[in-house]
Design a protein around this ligand. Structure first.
Ligand code: GLY
Length: 455
């Protein structure tokens, strides 16, 4: 089984790890890969944006499956081109990928189909958008660039003036280029966020376990937004009942709406949800595996990832596949980033990788090997350090401690990945403890009463 994996970040390293782990007969080829993926795959130095060269590799190597990690080649139609040539590929077509590349279209589709999401208006003109904020939304409010903006196009505004400034940046200053040709003015939602992924054949889904990522740079969810400083799974809010609810009210109607508009979605559908007091609502959809969540989720998988991916790529139905299975315990990923990230990361630092225990995975996200064979930083997020353990607290501690041991000049990482889950579990323990004390006191009273009557 020959697989071509496209991409070169932490998400792709985690995919390579999962695919190579499950089957010794898998031969992995990665383009362009990275020095970590190079331990698992044959590297072909072709960029993920070079569609012509990627198709040539797929054909020359006669691969059985192509897996595309990043959104850019999906948005550019690589799946459409590969399918025209009969290459089995896991991922959505360009039309289906608009679920991520056009927030305006996706919002309109969700509102028309009654899929739970925040109310929003789309505007091309800054004056109309400002009028909408003033007359109909107020503050807080969320202003979003409609197109792909490298995770930076969503601006939560706490005052009306902040909203005006965000609208001007997007529509007039073109801070996100053409991604800001349209801007959404969206009601602010409260609650906790949850990332839920599902493999889909366009009709049915195989949902994964829920994860939470940490977008802010600093401990306590402070500082600027980043691509993600860490993630963990499972999330205790993500119960089987919640996943069923999201399946029935969000995933399946969304897939139905996409089929109806002629752009059926196959591949990995990522629902970014807000768990509001009225139930889960869609914040955004992405057309690919999330990063860094994938680095926490995939090490928990006990069954096959390859089988459902292959089924989808071959056009088979998922209803014949068994549900994905997961080990007990928890997984925590701490991102180690370069100093200056996210605005101006300093790269080129030499990296010392310590020897770590087997239960720690160090996924490469922004590394390169120089001509002398020295491993160096080459990006803002450099590693995702994942620990899988029987308890959440143990996974959290091991991931944090291992991240602290990775040495390069200016390495930064958060020390509190999973803090919400830690607080939830502490509160749960306190409730159990209080109930036990209460039960013991009641029992003692009953015993004392019994004794009193007996004497
Ligand atoms: N973790 C956010 C994303 O992958 O877009």
């Amino acid at each position: 089984m020959k697989i071509l994996l496209i991409g070169g970040g932490g998400r792709e390293h985690a995919l390579a790890d999962a695919l190579s782990r499950e089957n010794t007969r898998v031969e992995l080829i990665a383009a362009p890969g990275n020095p970590g993926i190079a331990d698992l795959a044959r590297i072909i130095p072709v960029n993920a944006s070079d569609d012509v060269a990627l198709m040539a590799v797929a054909e020359q190597e006669a691969v059985n499956l192509v897996v595309i990690g990043p959104e850019a080649p999906l948005a550019a139609g690589l799946v459409d081109q590969m399918r025209l040539r009969g290459i089995p590929v896991f991922g959505p077509t360009m039309g289906a990928a608009t679920i991520e590349t056009s927030k305006a279209d996706t919002k309109a589709m969700m509102m028309a189909a009654g899929i739970p999401t925040a109310h929003a208006e789309t505007h091309r003109n800054a004056k109309d958008a400002r009028d909408a904020v003033k007359a109909r939304f107020g503050a807080p409010v969320v202003i979003k660039a409609s197109g792909l903006a490298a995770g930076k196009g969503v601006i939560v505004c706490h005052t009306i003036d902040e909203a005006y400034a965000a609208i001007d940046r997007i529509l007039d200053d073109k801070a996100f280029g053409d991604a800001g040709n349209e801007c959404l003015v969206e009601s602010f939602m409260t609650g906790e966020e949850l990332s839920l992924f599902a493999i889909t054949d366009g009709t049915d889904i195989l949902p994964m376990i829920g994860a939470q990522d940490h977008k802010r740079l600093l401990d306590g969810d402070e500082g600027p937004n980043t691509g993600g400083m860490g993630a963990y799974t499972p999330v205790s809010l993500s119960t089987p009942a919640l996943i069923d609810d999201v399946t029935e009210r969000i995933f399946l109607p969304t897939l139905h709406a996409l089929r109806k508009r002629g752009t059926p979605f196959t591949g990995l559908l990522y629902a970014g949800l807000m768990l509001t007091p009225e139930g889960p609502k869609v914040v955004e959809f992405n057309c690919r595996f999330g990063d860094p969540e994938t680095q926490a989720i995939l090490p928990m998988l006990t069954g096959s990832l390859l089988e459902p991916m292959l089924a989808v790529a071959r056009g088979a139905r998922l209803k014949h596949q068994s549900a994905l299975t997961w080990r007990a315990g928890a997984s925590v990923t701490t991102v180690v980033a370069s100093e200056g990230y996210p605005d101006a990361p300093r790269t080129g630092a030499g990296i010392e990788l310590p020897s770590l225990s087997d239960d720690i995975r160090v996924y490469h996200a922004g590394t390169t090997r120089d001509a002398d064979g020295v491993l160096r930083t080459s990006g803002g997020r450099v590693f995702g350090v994942t620990a899988v353990a029987d308890t959440f607290a143990e996974a959290q501690r091991r991931s944090r401690d291992a991240a602290a041991r990775i040495g390069f000049d200016g390495a930064i990482h958060r020390r509190d990945i999973g803090w919400r889950e830690a607080e939830r579990r502490a509160a749960e323990m306190a409730t159990v403890h209080a109930a036990a004390i209460h039960d013991a006191a009641v029992r003692a009273e009953i015993d004392a009463g019994t004794d009193a009557r007996a004497s």
